[in-house]
Design a protein around this ligand. Structure first.
Ligand code: PEP
Ligand code: CO
Length: 447
């Protein structure tokens, strides 16, 4: 018998990775305020995304989920959001045009402000303070005041998510994502690189195809799909008080939806089978994700599937594997077999970032592009050998010319890391590396 669920039933269980707020009354008042605010997304949009993900589950579409590790309250401009969208649109068009498969586009955007941490505290020069947990909780500056969790930040996060979403909607529906502008997504610093040139050729091909369609008498101006893009939002559903406050009953179906984003995922550190995060998310009707790391057993994964998707609805559950390049073949294959044999219709996506992080000799947390590609190749190989569909990739990237991850065709070297290391959490691919990755994934799909 399934236990009854309510938006508060998670409160009876252990919730990992929650901030310790100094003042419970302020937190309670803040959550009450948030609960009175309008929803950020609509239930119908979450259902549309789920229908698209069902196509991925059936092997007929590919998921591209991408964005910052942690979005920043400090670095919040229209240009930054636009440039991130540019590279995601470029990557999606590369995958669609090269392989001819629809690409479902989901950003780690408009709400990715809460971070789980391996250690609750950080020590520098003998001083120990609470760890940085994302701008919805505290600030990355190393002082006691900055690191003290402040509930008011949740309200700032809500407003920043609303403004970001507003811009994303305007960009994707208002002409910017029009395929006739496919050249304009190639930023100057990208256009100069090998993958930038390759992209220009592909964009020329798209222009020729559009001209051909018009010459055949098709009215391309009337086709909304050529001028607009469906772009969805996602973040890790970490701070359960915030997620609960934005959970509303859909007036059409009577079902509960977490209206903070279209897709919510559970992190590797909060996927305990008897924990509060699984409990909360099993009751909302959004499409869900769950990170799966190398310690997950086939039994764990099947139980996650049963808990989060007992009705076996295709598109409801996306499993995001993050094993590390050297481990992926050995650890992923038994999980793919178990899920396949149990008949669970999941979307399998590869996060090639979080299992491949290391600290450079110069002290920067980084990732090597070769390891990132190595994990993706292992992910594809595992699916080929089991006969399942490698449904997508989940990457941390930015549209800027940062130097946070090593390698790529325009090689970032260890000595370059300090040039533009701007992330407030994990190292991200820059726009060139993101585009490079898309071309290589398109080749893997075509193999
Ligand atoms: C993340 O996606 O930023 C993250 C913390 O991932 P994971 O839960 O897989 O470690
Ligand atoms: Co991260």
């Amino acid at each position: 018998m399934t236990q009854p669920w309510s938006p508060t039933s998670w409160q009876n269980l252990q919730a990992e990775q929650q901030p310790e707020y100094p003042d419970a009354a302020t937190l309670e008042a803040t959550l009450k305020t948030l609960a009175s605010f309008p929803p950020l997304v609509f239930a119908g949009e979450a259902r549309d995304l789920q229908a698209k993900l069902a196509e991925v589950a059936h092997g007929r579409a590919f998921l591209l989920q991408a964005g910052d590790c942690a979005e920043s309250f400090g670095d919040f401009t229209a240009d930054r959001i636009r440039d991130k969208l540019k590279v995601i649109l470029q990557m999606a068009v590369v995958l669609t045009y090269s392989y001819g498969v629809p690409v479902v586009k989901v950003g780690r955007i408009a709400g990715q402000y809460g971070k789980p941490r391996s250690s609750p505290t950080e020590t520098i020069d003998g001083v120990t303070l609470p760890s940085f947990r994302g701008h919805n909780v505290n600030s990355e500056a190393f002082s006691a005041a900055a690191r003290t969790p402040d509930p008011e930040r949740l309200v700032t996060g809500y407003h920043q998510a609303a403004a970001t979403l507003n811009l994303v909607r305007a960009f994707t529906k208002g002409g910017f994502a029009d395929l006739r502008r496919v050249h304009a997504w190639n930023q100057e610093f990208v256009a100069d690189s090998a993958e930038g040139h390759r992209y220009e050729e592909l964009a020329n091909g798209i222009e020729r195809a559009l001209r051909f369609m018009r010459a055949c008498g098709l009215d391309t101006a009337a086709e909304a799909q050529l001028h607009q893009v469906d772009f969805y939002t996602s973040h890790e559903a970490l701070l359960l008080g915030y997620e609960q406050a934005l959970t509303r009953r859909d007036s059409l179906t009577g079902d509960w939806y977490d209206c903070s984003a279209h897709l919510l995922w559970i992190g590797e550190r909060t996927r305990q089978l008897d924990g509060a995060h699984l409990e909360f998310l099993r009751g909302v009707h959004n499409p869900l994700g769950c990170k799966i790391g190398p310690s997950a057993t086939p039994e764990d994964v099947l139980e996650i599937c049963e808990k989060l998707n007992p009705d076996r609805i295709p598109g409801r559950l996306t499993l995001i594997s993050r094993m590390g390049a050297t481990m992926v073949r050995a650890t992923l294959e038994p999980l793919l077999v178990a899920v396949r044999d149990a008949g669970h219709p999941v979307v399998w996506v590869c996060d090639p970032m979080h299992g491949n992080t290391f600290t450079s000799s110069s002290g920067f947390k980084t990732r090597d592009f070769d390891d990132v590609m190595g994990e993706i190749e292992g992910f594809f190989a595992a699916h080929r050998s089991v006969g399942t569909w490698p449904g997508g990739v989940h990457v941390e990237l930015t549209g800027d010319d940062v130097t946070e991850c090593l390698g790529g065709s325009a090689k970032v070297l260890e000595g370059h890391l300090d040039r533009r290391y701007e992330t407030i959490c994990d190292p991200r691919l820059n726009a060139r590396q993101g585009l490079d990755l898309a071309f290589r994934v398109a080749e893997l799909l075509a193999d």
